[in-house]
Ligand binder design. Sequence first.
Ligand code: SRM
Ligand code: SF4
Length: 557
Amino acid sequence: MGLWSGEETAVEAIKRSSDHLRGPLAGELASDAPNVSESAEQLLKFHGVYAQDHRDSRRERSVAGLPLEFIFMLRVAIPGGRLTTEQYLALDRLADDVADGTIRLTTRQAVQFHGVAKAGLRPLVTELERNLLTSFAGCGDVVRNVVACPVCTLDDPVGELATLTDHLAVAFRPASTAYYELFVEGKPAVSREVGPERSFYGETYLPRKFKIGIANPDENCIDVLAQDLGITPAVHEELGAGYQVTVGGGLGRSYANDATFARLADPLTFATDAELTPLIEAVLATYRDLGDRTDRRHARLKYVVAELGIDAFAAEVAERLGAQLRPPLEAFTFAPGDDHLGWATQPDGNLRVGIRIGAGRIADIDGGPQLRSALRHLATTYRGLKMAVTAEQDLVLAGISAGDRAAIDQVLADHGVRSAEELGPVERNALACVALPTCSQALAEAERKLPDLVTQLEAALLSSGPGGERVQLRLTGCPNGCARPTVAEIGIVGRTKSSYDLYLGGGPRGDRLNTLVAEKVKFDDLGATMAPLFARWEQERTDGETFGDFAARVLVP
Ligand code: SRM
Ligand code: SF4
């Protein structure tokens, strides 16, 4: 029995009658229509596909009496963000063949293609499968792409965290074979699994999306407390190595719904390696049973944990697991997240280099950096490289022999790609969500305005604050929080077409939500709004105090 009363949402009915994620998709994908029905739209998400329209052309087309310009976004789920050069080069080709000529890295280490025509979806998925990649469960009410610190998995590709990431990605992928039937031209696919749907999904899958993140025990680059379920390697006094498991994180909010809020996860338990998978299954079964299926805006796991309290939630999990949960470790803290940019030495003596992508968009800019060409050149020349998308929308190349470092630096410089040391103090750790022109939920610009915002804030920092010090900035076009602005030192969130809310006081440890300090600030006024606050930081900070810590101590109400 659920905790919430009311009628279930229309999406629940669509899922229930879909025959495990099939519904009307076969017919609609084959039809000549450029768009799909509402039911198909909902089910496509489970296959990693979003039906969108190009929002820049809405007005013009409406005036001309034309229908919307229908396009699709496809998200490739890449566990821990790890790619081979072969896979990367396949993604690069697909960007031209079926998408808008760009590859978009996401804040969950996935890759998105934008501007795909409906007819391009099957060829796209077929090529992904050929390269052992999948968009299945990239979106939808299931376990999404499992994120993990990219450096842990690159530095030890067969180690504990890499193995766990790959295991969880497969263990929690739906068993339905609909994806392969619909998209892979009827052929059995590499990652295919046949059998009844997993019991923790049941007939209607989860109430909403479910996010799992695996943190580096030494630094929190994935924002583990923002995940529905976070896993951090830890050591128990008696049991030895295992994992601190946290539940109930989530950052999305809605202006139109006061019952929604951002929330950091609570510690649930300490689990050994052998206990982890059944534990997660029990958490998912608890969520399946108790999540709010009457209001999709209020359906995430965090609302169940908040409503019940962590102890009662743990009891529900224990009942489904058939065993008591061990208490979590006490006094568990996180070191600040590393951006993994620049050169570093790997444990085996090889090198890795993290390259800032800039809101995750890998593109060649007319008259500007030729990032896409540079990466294609590197992946083609150095076939043995290992690659990983970070949770900050950047890319790390690893397995580089010391002798190749200078040549790689030269390729990047020749293509106008700046090194980590050349990045500005705000630019370096600035994230932005996609927002316009593709995101249906965007209230304001984000990715396209990030360079302007960085310029404004760096000018303010240089003129008023301690110029060279790094400050973390995250910009989104709405309060859904896709660039995790809610835990950043400076979070800027779209409120109306031309104004933003300003949040301060989070930080790179990812263990503190920030606080609203100014509402509906015009975009062009954001730098001027920040300048006096940077000046106070310069004057009033304690020794070495970061902007986020200072803001949390002094600036927020
Ligand atoms: Fe997100 C919805 C983009 C990470 C919270 N997100 C969307 C959609 C699909 C818009 C939609 O529903 O139509 C956006 C597609 C835009 C486009 O055109 O590409 C979108 N989200 C993204 C990405 C691409 C942002 C980016 O610029 O990198 C990230 C893709 C992640 C992935 O690879 O799976 C992305 N989204 C996040 C995160 C951050 C994270 O998970 O670490 C969050 C906040 C954490 C959380 O889940 O609470 C996030 N996205 C949302 C929400 C709010 C959910 C809620 O609890 O209310 C929505 C709205 C929804 O689901 O209805 C949303
Ligand atoms: Fe779209 Fe809002 Fe997510 Fe940005 S934060 S991608 S505007 S849903």
